[in-house]
Design a protein around this ligand. Sequence first.
Ligand code: MTE
Ligand code: MO
Length: 200
Amino acid sequence: MGVITPGFFGRAREADPKLPPGQYETKDFPVLSAGPTPNIHPGEWSFSITNESGDVKRWSWEEFRALPVETVDTDIHCVTRWSKFDTTWRGVSLDTLFEDVETDAGYTMAHSYGGYTTNVPLEDLLDGKAWVAFEFGGEPLDPEHGGPARLLVPHLYFWKSAKWVTALTLHDTDELGFWEVNGYHAYGDPWKEERYSYDG
Ligand SMILES: Nc1nc2c(c(=O)[nH]1)N[C@H]1C(S)=C(S)[C@@H](COP(=O)(O)O)O[C@H]1N2
Ligand SMILES: [Mo]
């Protein structure tokens, strides 16, 4: 009496190895935007990378779309605890965009139409880890999900994947972006649950 055999009431649900701690899986694609969805015509769109000396590389939509395209199948993880498995994107690798960029800087800031910013270490954008994506699920990226194009950095919480991205700037020190200034973690590794700055 009073002795409960561990496991008697059934095994704990096996943790899904694809699910980072504290996350649940959703089949939906929630929209999370801090402001209104900007209406960006491809003719006025551009993307630029500015290094720490102020040298600018810029692509028009036409120039950007002439670059080699990669297909990316990946899981995404939002800090509000939803994860979405097996999403399919098409976009240009940051390795391609950084090919002719000269830099010794360790940090980047992504800047979006509408003013959103988010900081990512440069090494987290290179070696096949990040893209500027313009297609989702075989369709042009919806404006509310960041169309015409957004940053895709799937190994970090999804707030790092700046929608409506228009520029990357390179920095010698780690500056903080929009959510990071407001208490989100500077780095944001979902597998370490780096949600807020007090998560260490
Ligand atoms: N420009 C911009 N990018 C953004 C955001 C934003 O508010 N503005 N929100 C971020 C957050 S918190 C998340 S979870 C994802 C949400 O992307 P989705 O709306 O396509 O799901 O975009 C990120 N990128
Ligand atoms: Mo988010």
